[in-house]
Design a protein around this ligand. Sequence first.
Ligand code: FES
Length: 238
Amino acid sequence: MERQLDEVAGKLLQQSLEQRGMRFLMGAQTEALLPAASGRVGAVRFKAGTTPEPEVPADLVVMAVGIRPNTALAESAGLRCERGIVVNALNVPSVSAEQLARVVGKLSAKQVYACGPSGFVDAARSLTEGQVRSFMAEGFTPMAPITVADAATATVKVHLTASQRDLEIPTNLSILDALEAQGLKPKVGCRMGVCRTCVCTRTEGTTLDLQTGEQDAQPGIDVRICMTRARTDLTLDL
Ligand code: FES
């Protein structure tokens, strides 16, 4: 998975999967799928010299092809590209109409599909407007959090089961912000309710979803703590 993970992360993934009983034959090149007596696949044969094991028995063979991003347009626009486009680089220039025409050729013959954050879709639309055969897009914007006027003084008790901590947090902050304010470092990603990195299980208590405005008290429910405020004392699997 060299396109998705760097070497260190790839090794960590491999170790984790090996601990679950998987075995890896790195660099092995498949030469043939050998049939069993039943007529279904019975083994995989590898090209000589690519692995110490010439064959492995198999009941099922799953094949996957990798992905290779086409970074030509990004590179021609001066964006930093490594295994893909480096998205957290600062001061990246935008793509000009000339660069676009140079990379994709005759625009008037092209059907354009754009999918991504709405700012990207808008930029792609304005760059190609009136110049392409058709433009189809799917843009997404995280739902904005609702405004909730909670008193700054109200607090609730939170019990964290995994770390065995008991805290008191204010109800006018997201649970994530409140925990971080006390020095905790829960797993976090987008902070916008999109990536679900911050999800944990709420085993007890009532929370308010800052995107839907709904309160929920059902035990054993996963909550995104970046988009959730406490409404009562809570027990969280953190
Ligand atoms: S950090 Fe991404 S959903 Fe909470």
